[in-house]
Design a protein around this ligand. Structure first.
Ligand code: ZN
Length: 243
């Protein structure tokens, strides 16, 4: 079994406080629903953190004790202080995994890690989403069928301004005609990044059994392994062999 994976679920926690219909869907916050899903899968030690906490919920000691950080933000991207973003970025470079959910494509940490705008097309239509597994051997797809569906959601469509993913695990199809790269793996520094599209706040996405399965798989994939001792700076070295 090994040690439990230490997960921190971070949420800006705005919609649930300011919109009753969203609070009715997520009475314990989006972070609470995600944490609950992970605990039911097991093998994890889950903490939650929110923007309104001291140091925006992301103190150095919280991050140092986190193997995988899950991030949900939407309305308050710009309230996150640059110093906190730098701190999260440094931990990813040092091996912490990070899972970026849904509208987090507009967050500072997304842009800092991936270097692109993350812009996309969207429509609040309540239409169905069909997520196709396009990397069936990938650990994030473990236990899924060849596709799964979310009955009602917000549409995201291409072009999605991201670097070409190191592995693309899911492509979404929407009845309105659009497609979207909805499960994307990236490596940055020693860290692993997974972007996962589902998660619009006006639908109970984080109670969906397959979404929960994906998040459980993604946490296991993104956790730091026994990493090589690599320094992320320029180093003047002596040759290993005589030259
Ligand atoms: Zn949304």
């Amino acid at each position: 079994m090994g040690d439990p994976i230490r997960v921190t679920v971070w949420n800006e926690f705005k919609h649930e406080k300011h919109n009753q219909s969203i609070a009715d869907i997520y009475p314990d916050g989006i972070h609470g629903a995600i944490a609950d899903g992970l605990r039911k899968i097991g093998g994890v030690e889950v903490g939650v953190a929110t923007l309104d906490q001291p140091e925006q919920g992301l103190t150095q000691s919280t991050l140092d004790g986190t193997d995988v950080l899950i991030w949900w933000s939407h309305a308050a991207h710009n309230e996150v202080q640059d110093g906190i973003v730098d701190r999260v970025y440094a931990r990813v470079m040092d091996g912490m995994g990070i899972i970026l959910l849904h509208s987090t494509q507009g967050a500072k940490i997304f842009t800092k890690l991936l270097g692109t705008t993350g812009t996309l097309k969207w429509r609040e239509s309540g239409e169905k989403e069909r997520l196709w597994v396009v990397a069936p051997g990938h650990p994030i797809a473990e236990g899924l069928d060849e596709y799964f569906e979310i009955e009602e959601t917000e549409m995201y469509g291409e072009f999605f301004d991201i670097p070409t993913p190191d592995t693309l695990v899911f492509i979404s199809w929407f009845p309105g005609g659009e497609v979207f790269r909805s499960g994307c793996c990236f490596y940055r520094g020693k860290g692993k990044i997974f972007y996962f599209r589902p998660g619009h706040e006006t639908h109970p996405i984080f109670f969906n059994e397959n979404v929960r399965k994906v998040l459980g798989n993604a946490v296991k994939w993104a956790k730091p392994g026994k990493l090589p001792n690599i320094t992320l700076r320029n180093v003047n070295v002596q040759p290993l062999e005589e030259i």
